[in-house]
Design a protein around this ligand. Structure first.
Ligand SMILES: C[S@@+](CC[C@H](N)C(=O)[O-])C[C@H]1O[C@@H](n2cnc3c(N)ncnc32)[C@H](O)[C@@H]1O
Length: 155
């Protein structure tokens, strides 16, 4: 499969997804990224929204952003009852970041999506150039060996 937003949408419209969020990933988030009071998280390339929804259960208010409409349609339909999450249509690399929270995020996650962003340094700089200093997390690996790498930005 290619990597344009239409390719991704087709993938989701066919009812497919990606590796489910595992218990180890969940445990690592609980341990290393507890939600502060009023915590806000950004899930870039949120797909059908499983991680966004999990982060709401940890106490975060979440923006789940993806450029594939097929993903967002499923996220909205599959998690219609979930409060504390906004589903945003956004190409994080080429789009306008104006819809993101003006006062920034405490946690930014790019689970299985950072590999598809070409100019990562520019995108990450733009995302952290906001009042809060977020922890940035990326999850990689197989369900047998998930790895969540989290780094605290300092400016
Ligand atoms: C491998 S999927 C992972 C989806 C989800 N994070 C998960 O863990 O199941 C990568 C996701 O990144 C999204 N994506 C890729 N490039 C993007 C971009 N420039 N802006 C926003 N989303 C993007 C795709 O639409 C896709 O939903």
């Amino acid at each position: 499969m290619g990597c344009t937003w239409t390719d991704w949408s087709e993938h989701y419209n066919e009812g497919r997804g990606f590796r489910r969020l595992g218990d180890q990933e969940k445990g690592l988030l609980v341990e290393h990224a507890p939600a502060p009071e009023g915590g806000r998280a950004l899930d870039i390339g949120c797909g059908t929204g499983e991680l966004s929804v999990y982060l709401t259960s940890l106490g975060y208010t979440v923006d789940g952003a993806d450029f594939a409409e097929g993903a967002l349609e499923r996220a909205r339909a599959e998690h219609a009852e979930v409060e504390g999450v906004r589903w945003l249509s956004l190409d994080v690399e080429h789009g306008d970041l104006a819809d993101l929270a003006e006062d920034g995020y405490d946690l930014i996650v790019l689970r299985l999506s950072i590999a598809f962003i070409r100019d990562r340094a520019r995108v990450l700089r733009a995302l952290v150039a906001r009042p809060r200093s977020p922890t940035i997390g990326e999850a990689t690996g197989t369900s047998a060996s998930p790895a969540v790498s989290l780094s605290q930005t300092s400016r």
